[in-house]
Ligand binder design. Structure first.
Ligand SMILES: Nc1nc2c(ncn2[C@@H]2O[C@H](COP(=O)(O)OP(=O)(O)O)[C@@H](O)[C@H]2O)c(=O)[nH]1
Ligand SMILES: [Mg+2]
Length: 439
């Protein structure tokens, strides 16, 4: 039984209700049976399934219908709500680690589940939240694990700790934690090995590491494409260490992640983050509503609307700056950073017909941005706020002062004007699109 079956049987159950001419007790009972079958086949704890179905049945049959709501709509809403509450409730909940205090996150999971990638994603996420973050490589089993995490750490600009030749993962974990503790790092993320000669060895090693470094949170990394194996993995790990949260990876593919429901049910751990790509910034907070929507086959528009909301928020400031005609060179730098951060959103926009984003804008390298900052530092306040006054002789002075060439200065100014135009266009397009998706 693979997880796709769970998703499709739930989906079929919902469709049956949608197709039925009237939703009477018989249909409701049938719906309940379908849901029970689907969940039990997906290894969700039987007691839990019975509880869930009892709730659904009771709510659908006994509830007073709210005005304007059909029993059919209510049935779907109830199933939806029950699954959402099984997965932890209403909304995406951001972890709140105390500032200035030490938080240790220990990542565990089988080989290939995405631990190392997710470690870098978490580091990227928390760094952006303003925490100081350190990455520890305690995977000394797979050759290349050290370099993989080290490179990712360099890419996102967070400190890395590893010992290439040390064979004892427990020792490395302790040393790494101690070093970052000395450096007053707030969040230490420990990446571990996934493959061992025997599974039992791996589980014992995880337990030893956990006992040694006493993590604040043990996070199980689960591959969304793994189906019901997820529950078995989760249970095996949960027996030796207490899993607190789950990072569900590879939700960017076709997998709906139904297996994770079983993992949640069997461990009581909450899914906290999802991975939606291979890059460090392709991480999202787990959103139960969106997840269930997707599982039941009605979530795509919802996630799109949410993405647009977040773009709208990010661009609101830019909009008001530009609307007031005050888009300066200083703003340009901030904007470029925003655009870089919007990487995945850029991708999303590109996937919508008629929304191709200027590639020149998305491809500006970090190097170039640094050079531009240096150039801008050689400008006067007046020039920064009023770039139009920069003529040939000013360009010469700025180039000399920043150790660059007139060509570099001109390139920056060209890009500034292009950005101004581009951002204006982007906002216009977004306004139009946003209207389309607003209910
Ligand atoms: N598409 C996609 N690929 C992922 C995601 N997370 C990890 N991967 C890929 O899965 C593979 C295994 O990841 P890795 O982090 O090395 O797994 P580990 O063995 O648990 O450390 C790599 O090819 C990753 O790029 C994700 O969220 N989406
Ligand atoms: Mg790894």
């Amino acid at each position: 039984m693979v997880l796709e079956n769970l998703a499709s049987s739930l989906n079929n159950a919902i469709k049956k209700v949608l197709r039925a001419p009237i939703v009477d007790e018989k249909i409701v009972k049938e719906l309940i049976r379908d849901i029970q079958r689907a969940l039990i086949q997906a290894d969700v704890n039987i007691k839990l399934v019975l509880e869930l179905s009892k709730n659904v049945e009771k709510k659908i049959l006994e509830a007073e219908l709210p005005p304007g709501i059909t029993r059919r709509e209510l049935a779907i809403k109830v199933v939806y709500d029950e699954l959402v509450s099984l997965l932890g409730g209403e909304k995406a909940e951001a972890p709140k680690y105390e500032r200035g205090k030490l938080t240790i996150i220990l990542l565990i999971g089988v080989q290939g589940s995405g631990k190392t990638t997710s470690a870098s994603k978490l580091a990227w996420y928390f760094k952006n939240q303003g925490y100081s973050v350190g990455l520890v490589c305690a995977d000394n089993f797979r050759a290349g694990a050290y370099d993989q995490l080290k490179q990712l750490a360099e890419k996102i600009g967070v400190p890395f700790y590893g010992e290439r030749d040390e064979k004892d993962a427990v020792k490395i974990s302790i040393n790494g934690v101690n070093k970052f503790k000395e450096n007053k790092i707030e969040i230490i993320i420990v990446d571990t090995a996934g493959r061992h000669k025997r599974e039992q060895e791996l589980l014992e090693e995880m337990k030893k590491i956990a006992d040694a470094i006493k993590p604040t949170e043990i996070m199980l990394v689960l591959d969304a494409t793994m189906g019901q194996q997820s529950a078995q993995q989760a249970e095996a790990f949960n027996k030796v260490t207490n899993i607190g949260t789950i990072f569900l990876t590879k939700l960017d593919g076709t997998a709906k992640g139904g297996g994770a429901i079983s993992a949640v049910a069997s461990t009581g751990a909450r899914i906290r983050f999802v991975g939606v790509g291979e890059e460090p910034d392709e991480i999202e907070l787990f959103n139960p509503r969106r997840f269930v929507g997707r599982l039941l086959g009605m979530g795509d528009i919802e996630s799109l609307i949410e993405k647009f909301k977040s773009i709208e928020k990010a661009e609101k400031e830019a909009m008001s700056t530009i609307a007031s005609g005050k888009f300066t060179l200083k703003d340009l730098y901030v904007q470029l950073q925003t655009i870089k951060k919007m990487g995945p959103i850029g991708k999303l926009l590109q996937s919508i017909p008629g929304m191709s984003i200027s590639n020149e804008m998305m491809n500006i390298t970090e190097e170039k941005m640094k050079k531009w900052m240096v150039i801008m530092q050689s400008m006067t306040e007046e020039e920064l706020l009023n770039p139009d006054i920069i003529d040939g002789s000013r360009m010469k002075r700025i180039a000399r002062g920043s150790g660059t060439t007139i060509k570099d200065v001109r390139e920056l100014l060209d890009n500034y004007r292009m950005s101004k135009k581009y951002i204006k266009q982007l906002i216009k397009k977004q306004k139009g699109l946003y209207k389309l998706f607003k209910k």
